[in-house]
Structures are given as structure tokens and as C-alpha cells.
Design a protein around this ligand. Structure first.
Ligand SMILES: Cc1cc2nc3c(=O)[nH]c(=O)nc-3n(C[C@H](O)[C@H](O)[C@H](O)COP(=O)(O)OP(=O)(O)OC[C@H]3O[C@@H](n4cnc5c(N)ncnc54)[C@H](O)[C@@H]3O)c2cc1C
Length: 473
């Protein structure tokens, strides 16, 4: 066993229940953590996450200090960084898995390099309940339908995959491997947009634990209903913490499992964790999803290219208040409520017939919780071209969705404040309010708030016609 260990941190910014760190600290005299910032993975694509990453590195560094473990941040390509480690350095390299096809491929190349350079290494299960390789249908093929997938996955997890808690051992002395490190601020996006995010989030392991406690104490009982109401703070908001591994999904699962009286909200919540598992399984078994439709018949779908429409959608200026509220929440906070994600995504792919990949790209750039698996799988779910997807012909009506899920307008008026004085009866179809009343309340449609960019009924019919075309092919 080597004297030193490097734990390569990718999406595991936590000291609690971090198997790779715990193992290294228990088996080596000196341990350091390494983060490699490869700008190619972020440039112009994941601005919100650059901010989250930078802040996470700061917080994680402080947490590691308590164990006498230093955090070294290197900038560049992962292979180049690892090629600087030589056999004479007397180190073993550890990491936790990340379940994305490109990351897995990169990991394989690094493993080969370490083998070539005769450097010891070991990797561990990542932030998942069940690894996708462990689960297929009885005939060996992957699942494409959620319910049977999750039934089997949860059963497998409970019987075979529950991990024990891993504890880090403090080290006597710090060590470092690299001459120079970059500092987290160097990762911050160039555009000051990220400053908005500071109002809403504190990326750290402690904050993740706080959110989990709030979930268990105040939210999980009513989660079944509250999760659909964007005006209520009814969901856990753990998604960005999960993405960066500030909390392990097993920690969440176990805490939920320990609840004594498990009401319906508990089951609903656990099922959502199941969707996360399902998405990871899908993109690994069907990596073609990363580049296009899972359902090949959708390759002939007559998508519309319209830069102006796309821009208005991104800006939250569609003239449909619930859609605009969601898009503005995203731009302001780096997060959007799940119900509204479904509404805005449906609007883009069905009312505007713009390719789901345009929406996926925008979400990737703006979401602090961007997760390749969930984002790709969910966009394809909404578009109808994914696994177990919502049928394309089921088209969300943005007026009815608003009236049903935000009937008092709490959410919509928060994010679209120019509609504050709009009577709730007209909130989701403000153009129907007579002009003279619009003038009285000083919300003239077309002047103070946009006209609807497409007519719902016309857009719906056009979408259905387009869908008929792919069915005929
Ligand atoms: C078009 C679209 C794009 C999406 N993109 C992402 C994404 O990039 N990253 C992401 O984490 N989620 C994505 N989701 C799923 C979901 O919207 C978010 O996970 C959820 O809103 C996060 O908030 P929360 O932590 O409060 O969720 P909670 O309701 O508290 O759920 C708990 C956890 O379960 C998981 N989860 C919940 N719903 C889903 C779902 N439908 N699919 C997969 N996992 C789920 C998340 O990890 C979440 O943190 C997307 C959904 C849609 C419709």
C-alpha cells in the first residue's frame, strides 16, 4: 500500500458518507483531494453550474481542513493532469463513479493511463442507489418503462445494495501533490449574471443537510399534493446538492425510510428518487439519447426553426403567464419548479414546435441542478420521443395548467409582477379582459405585457397535424 492517496473528486463534495475519501483516509498516511476543472465541460454551456461549482469548492475545502486533508484544484484536461503523477510519487488514486457515458469513457482512459504508469487505483459506487449495470429485465434487456423498473430497483437496493455509513479518519499532516493550484474564483462565470444566484442558494454540505431535515420535518407528509403547486415551497430543492454530491441519495433514502408513520407523501417522494435512477439507467443503456430521439420515428418530426420565438420563450415573454413565470424563475434563481418545467417544456416543443434539444441546451446553461440524465430523459419525456413518455398528442393547455396548479396566482404574480393587479379570473388569459378594464388596471396587453405569441387552439392543431405526419412515415 502506498503512503499517499489522492481522491479525485468529481461530483462528491461531501465529507459525510463519502466512501472514496473514507477508504483513502483509513488506509493511507497522507491524503489529498483533487478536483480537475476542465473548462471544456463547462464553457458557454453550464454557466449556473460554474457558479455552484466554485462555491462548492470553497465550502468543501473548509470541510476537508478539519480532517487535515487539502484540496488541490487543477485546471486542464484530466488525462494531462494524471499524466503528471509518476510511480515514484508513491500514491494511490481513488474516485467515485459518475454515471454519464462520456464521463465513463474518460474514466476508462484514465484507468488505462494509471495502469500504464503503474499507479494503483480504485473506484467506488457513485451517487446512486443501484448501479445501472446491476439492473435489467429478467431477459437481460434494459427497462424502458418506469414502474416495473422502479419496483425491481427498489427491491434490489433494499436487499443487496444498501451501504454502511463511511467515516473519514483525520490525518496528522496535510500533503500536496501539485506545485500550483487554481483558486475557486477562477471558475466563476465571466458574466455577472451568477450574482443573482447568491440570493437563493448556499452550495455546501451543511446546507444540503438543512434541506433534508426540512423535508423530513415539514414537507414530506404533504409532498404528494404540495409537490404540484409551484406557489408552495413543497419540494425538497435537494436537486443541485444531489448533482454535486453534497448529499448522497442513500442518505436521503435512509432518512425517509426511518420515518415512523409513512404517509402517502413519503411514497411519492421516494418515487421521484426512482425517476432519477431511471434516467441514469436510460442514458447509459441508450446513449444515443444524448444526441437525439430515443424513438426513431421522431427523427422525421417537422420541427420549426424560429429564433425570435425561441428568444421570447427564454426571456419569459411568450404572453402565457404561467410559462413566463417559469422561465423567469429559471433565469433569476437557476432552478424551476417541476410542474412548471413540464409546462414550459411542453409549450416549447408543442405550441412552438421547436426542437426539444434547444430547450435542453437552455436548461443546461441555466439550471444549478443540471443533470445530463434527468434533463435529457425529461425533455424527451415531455416531447413524447423518450422512454415511457407523455404521448405527443397530450398537449398541456397553459391556461388550464395555470388555473389548476396556481389558482391564486401566488407563483405567477411573483415572477411576472406586471400582472399583479390582474384579476385571477383573467390571470392566465389576460387578453380576454376587455380593453377598457385593462386600461383601468394599467395592464394593457401588447403594451405592459405581451400578446400571446401563438393562439392555443391553432398551435395545438398544428402540433397534432405535425404528429400525424410522423405517424404516416
Ligand atoms: C424538462 C425537464 C427538465 C429537467 N431537468 C432536470 C435536471 O437537469 N436535473 C434534475 O435534477 N432534474 C431535472 N428535472 C426533474 C425535476 O424537475 C427536478 O429534479 C426537480 O424539480 C428538482 O427539485 P426538487 O429537488 O425540489 O425535487 P423533489 O420534488 O424534492 O424531488 C426529489 C429529488 O428527486 C429527483 N427527481 C424529482 N423529479 C424528478 C424527475 N422528473 N426526473 C428525475 N429526477 C427527479 C431529483 O433528484 C430531486 O431532487 C427536469 C424535469 C423536466 C420536466
Amino acid at each position: 500500500m502506498t503512503k499517499k492517496a489522492i481522491v479525485w473528486i468529481r461530483e462528491d463534495f461531501r465529507v459525510e458518507n463519502n466512501e472514496a475519501l473514507a477508504y483513502a483516509s483509513q488506509n493511507h498516511k497522507f491524503v489529498s483531494a483533487l478536483y480537475i476543472y476542465n473548462s471544456k465541460n463547462f464553457d458557454k454551456k453550464r454557466e449556473a453550474q460554474k457558479w455552484w461549482l466554485s462555491k462548492s469548492l470553497e465550502a468543501f475545502n473548509l470541510d476537508l481542513k478539519k480532517f487535515n486533508i487539502s484540496l488541490e484544484i487543477q485546471s486542464g484536461d484530466e488525462l494531462e493532469v494524471f499524466s503528471n503523477i509518476k510511480k515514484k510519487d508513491d500514491v494511490t488514486v481513488y474516485w467515485s463513479k459518475v454515471y454519464e457515458p462520456d464521463v465513463i469513457n474518460k474514466g476508462k482512459k484514465i484507468r488505462d493511463l494509471l495502469i500504464k504508469n503503474e499507479i494503483e487505483y480504485k473506484y467506488f459506487k457513485g451517487n446512486i442507489l443501484v448501479e445501472f449495470q446491476d439492473l435489467t429485465k429478467d431477459d437481460g434487456t434494459p427497462y424502458k418503462v418506469f414502474t416495473p423498473f422502479w419496483k425491481k430497483t427498489e427491491k434490489f437496493y433494499i436487499s443487496k445494495a444498501i451501504s454502511k455509513n463511511f467515516k473519514i479518519k483525520s490525518k496528522d499532516k496535510k500533503m500536496s501533490t501539485f506545485k500550483k493550484s487554481i483558486i475557486p474564483e477562477e471558475i466563476l462565470p465571466k458574466n455577472n449574471w451568477y450574482k443573482k444566484l447568491e440570493k437563493y442558494w448556499t452550495p455546501s454540505e451543511q446546507e444540503a443537510k438543512k434541506y433534508l431535515n426540512e423535508l423530513i420535518k415539514d414537507k414530506i407528509e404533504d409532498y404528494g399534493d404540495a409537490r404540484d403547486i409551484p406557489g408552495v415551497n413543497g419540494t425538497s430543492k435537494l436537486s443541485p446538492f444531489l448533482k454535486f454530491g453534497q448529499i448522497h441519495v442513500e442518505t436521503i433514502w435512509k432518512k425517509c425510510h426511518d420515518i415512523k408513520f409513512k404517509k402517502i407523501g413519503y411514497r411519492k417522494y421516494i418515487n421521484e428518487l426512482g425517476w432519477r435512477e431511471f434516467s441514469h439507467s436510460l442514458i447509459n443503456y441508450f446513449p444515443q439519447m444524448l444526441k437525439g430521439n430515443l424513438r426513431k420515428d421522431f427523427d422525421n418530426f417537422p420541427w420549426v426553426k424560429n429564433e425570435n420565438f425561441l428568444k421570447r420563450w427564454k426571456q419569459g415573454m411568450t404572453g402565457y403567464p404561467i410559462v413566463d413565470a417559469g422561465m423567469r424563475e429559471l433565469y433569476e434563481t437557476g432552478w424551476m419548479h417541476n410542474r412548471v418545467r413540464m409546462i414550459v417544456a411542453s409549450f416549447l416543443v408543442k405550441h412552438l414546435r421547436i426542437h426539444w434539444m434547444e430547450g435542453e441546451k437552455h436548461f443546461k446553461n441555466c439550471l444549478v441542478d443540471y443533470n445530463e440524465a434527468s434533463n435529457i430523459a425529461q425533455w424527451q419525456w415531455v416531447a413524447g420521443c423518450g422512454a415511457d413518455a407523455a404521448p405527443y398528442f397530450r398537449i398541456f393547455n397553459p391556461i388550464l395548467q395555470g388555473e389548476k396548479f396556481d389558482k391564486d396566482g401566488i407563483y405567477t404574480k411573483k415572477w411576472v409582477p406586471e400582472l399583479l393587479n390582474m384579476p385571477n379570473k383573467f390571470l392566465y388569459k389576460p387578453w380576454e379582459l376587455e380593453k377598457k378594464y385593462q386600461e383601468q388596471i394599467k395592464i394593457v396587453i401588447g403594451k405592459d405585457y405581451p400578446e400571446p405569441m401563438v393562439d392555443h387552439a391553432t398551435a395545438r392543431n398544428a402540433a397534432l397535424d405535425a404528429f400525424q405526419k410522423i405517424k404516416k412515415n
